[in-house]
Design a protein around this ligand. Structure first.
Ligand code: M1P
Length: 256
């Protein structure tokens, strides 16, 4: 049976945020929202899985209305699960790793960054979330212009890849995984707490005939990689929200 013939309850479409529903760290376009809510939603269940936390999801997808619009929200790789507007569960990195290991990790990161020379530095070098940490060598408190400067600098200097290699070596004894989902930072979480975590929730609670995933960071080391290669999903690589729209339109045979 083709995907276009499936009933709404049989089909789940899971979208990454940055690069898939929006351009990096920007807001979803009104035309894209209209497409998603008026054309796609009547035909399929919709979910979003992002590396960012829920606050950033609200920011980028135009506010708390997404609690009603999306069937499922999976911020922090799905380590926080929101099912039809209600929090259904969340993971806790503190409990998982324990304070001594966390302290060792945070101290090492701050020491490393204190010795790292970058053209500019701002504030918030580690953003501590429920199920993960986000490490930002320049500091998350930067303007759009400063962010763009880092993006250019990073093309030649690969600051994040270098740092991730050092951390992998230093913390080889700790159950940690690193991935890049955005432009200026990388995420750190226990092994297996990648975006497939969202699938664990779906699998335990729902029976869909098809689950499709759309994402852009699908190469190894990117934060869509593990879910992209997961046999439970039919995966689509996209480069922009326009790509996402084109693939969904064709797949559901929607009118343009
Ligand atoms: O959603 C993708 C990534 O978005 C942000 O990345 P950056 O600020 O580097 O562009 C972060 O919230 C990151 O955790 C997340 O994976």
């Amino acid at each position: 049976m083709s995907t276009a013939n499936l009933q709404k309850g049989e089909l789940l479409l899971i979208f990454d945020v940055d690069g898939t529903l929006t351009y990096p760290r920007t807001n979803v376009e009104p035309e894209f929202e209209e497409f998603l809510y008026t054309k796609v939603k009547p035909r399929a269940n919709i979910a979003t899985v992002g590396g960012s936390d829920l606050e950033k999801m609200f920011e980028q997808l135009n506010g708390k209305k997404i609690l009603k619009q999306f069937d499922f929200l999976f911020p922090e790789n799905g380590l926080v699960q929101i099912d039809h507007g209600k929090e259904a569960g969340k993971q806790n990195i503190v409990q998982h790793l324990g304070e001594p290991t966390l302290k060792r990790f945070i101290n090492f990161v701050l020491r490393y960054l204190s010795e790292l020379d970058l053209p500019i530095k701002r504030g918030t070098f580690i953003e501590f979330r429920n199920g993960m940490m986000n490490v930002c060598p320049m500091g998350r408190q930067c303007s759009r212009t400063e962010r763009n400067m880092f993006v250019e600098y990073e093309k030649k200097n690969k600051v994040r890849h270098e740092m991730m290699k050092v951390l992998q070596k230093e913390f080889a004894d700790v159950d940690l995984q690193y991935s890049i989902g955005g432009q200026i930072s990388f995420d750190v979480f226990p092994k297996g707490w990648d975006k497939t975590y969202a699938l664990r929730y779906i699998e335990a609670n729902y029976k869909f005939k098809e689950i499709h995933f759309f994402g852009d960071k699908t190469e190894p080391g990117g934060n869509d990689y593990e879910i992209f290669i997961d046999p439970r999903v039919i995966a689509h690589k996209v480069a922009t929200p326009e790509d996402t729209r084109r693939i969904v339109t064709e797949m559901l045979q929607l009118s343009c």
